[in-house]
Design a protein around this ligand. Sequence first.
Ligand SMILES: O=C(CO)[C@H](O)[C@H](O)COP(=O)(O)O
Length: 252
Amino acid sequence: MASSLGGRARRRTRRTHPCYGTPTRATSKLLAVTAQRINPSILSADFVNLQSELEAIASADLVHVDVMDNHFVPNLTMGPPIVERIQAVSPIPLDVHLMIEDADRWAPGYAELGAYSVTFHAEAAADPVALARRLREIGARAGIALKPGTDPDPYLELLPEFDQVLVMTVEPGFGGQSFMADMMPKLRRFAEAKAALGLDVWLQVDGGISVDTIGIAAEAGADTFVAGSAVYGGVPEDRIAQLRAAAAHHAH
Ligand SMILES: O=C(CO)[C@H](O)[C@H](O)COP(=O)(O)O
């Protein structure tokens, strides 16, 4: 599939991290024994000072970049030009979360600009498997996200096609919402499928993650935690350390 980001979608050097290396299928195998990941969401950062806000979270694992189009969700954030600049200056790899319609068309461009991981919504993709394969072919980790109301069943058997599953623990669109503990049975279904299939797919949660809720998600099988207001609502480095400690307490 050709990229639809026009001249901006030049292939970029993928920003790697000493802990991760290049995100190939082989690397993915090595990551089977890794611990949990804390991915701050820059949705809660000061958008006027993004570079210093990125430097403030250098102790995190990946930076979660929320791309919203005001169609798939009722909010608008950024597109390829800004993500490309974030990619250029971020001290840690990019975990791009696309909350946009027509993911089949737009997602490959984010992989081409060098994002380490690109997650699209199941509800916004016509052919999730073909799209995931395309993302992997470009060199990114392929993620699929499910809104709270989306049935996990069709995706359980597709798990080998993905490097990450994002179980939304709020309705996508805004930071600062309350954690939906009733998403834990869905998360457990994916954790069980992951174990049964012997996969190292990352299970991510996003929305309302704090020191009070991260343990609930970790207990249900999450290993990758997105936190916006919980990180940027204080001193980011301290908040990241606190979240890491709280998650580790409940690690599987
Ligand atoms: O995807 C998102 C919203 O759709 C954000 O990543 C999420 O809301 C993070 O914010 P918070 O941790 O404050 O809930």
